[in-house]
Design a protein around this ligand. Structure first.
Ligand code: 3YE
Length: 201
């Protein structure tokens, strides 16, 4: 079975959704461990409550040491895929090269629009009528790697920033596991930057 590590920095709602899909068998994967760059985050407590192995990455000692600690756990657990779920650190180009095309991220906008850490707010304040969610491979740049999947979310006149956030998170919890299911099954083929689902045409 596919072994994945989930990286978080906060509430861990996407982690919880993914772990739930593993538990129900809808996503045929095992959560090897949940790692956070911060101790004392809600997501770590949620992971422990789901009986998942957790660890805190020593980012207080610098990125090189933190990523080396992560590497050690990844090989110890024979992890196939590294899944970022609200993880708020930029992975070094060296780390990305060591795990080339094995790291996935979810971003709350339709990339390449609204990259960065305030994507939902930026889209709302810009006044776009359609935003959404992007699942992409991680490369050495941020919010830039090949796109695996996107889903749109309409911004209605009556939406507040809070209601938009709720809609985006709901879509995230649905699109992430579905995309990982195809990815883990080896259904994606790469055509330059284009990630194509096998048999879709
Ligand atoms: N790393 C690479 N490529 C990607 N991480 C994420 C996506 C993604 C990635 O596509 N290579 C905060 C925003 C991070 C930030 O700028 N952090 C800096 C400074 C941290 C600090 O000093 O506290 C850093 O170097 O981590 C996930 C989203 C990352 C957003």
């Amino acid at each position: 079975m596919t072994n994945m590590a989930i990286l978080i920095s906060g509430r861990g709602t996407n982690m919880e959704a993914l772990a739930g899909k593993c538990k129900s068998g809808e996503l045929n994967a095992n959560v090897a461990f949940v790692a956070s760059d911060k101790a004392d985050v809600l997501g770590l407590n949620k992971a422990k409550a789901m009986n998942l192995k957790t660890l805190v990455l020593p980012y207080d000692r610098g990125k090189v040491i933190a990523e080396a600690a992560l590497d050690e756990e990844l090989s110890k657990h024979s992890v196939d895929w590294i899944v970022l779920a609200g993880f708020m650190r930029i992975l070094s180009s060296q780390f990305v090269a060591r795990h080339s095309e094995r790291v996935v991220n979810i971003h709350p906008s339709l990339l390449p629009a609204f990259p960065g850490t305030q994507a939902i707010k930026d889209a709302y304040e810009y006044g776009v009528k359609v935003t959404g969610v992007t699942v992409h491979l991680v490369d050495e740049m941020v919010d830039h790697g090949p796109i695996l999947n996107q889903a749109e979310v309409r911004i209605l006149d009556e939406d507040s920033l809070e209601s938009l956030e709720a809609k985006i998170h709901e879509v995230e919890h649905d699109i992430y596991w579905r995309t990982l299911k195809d990815l883990f099954a080896g259904r994606y083929l790469r055509r330059g930057r284009r990630m194509i689902i096998e048999g879709s045409r």
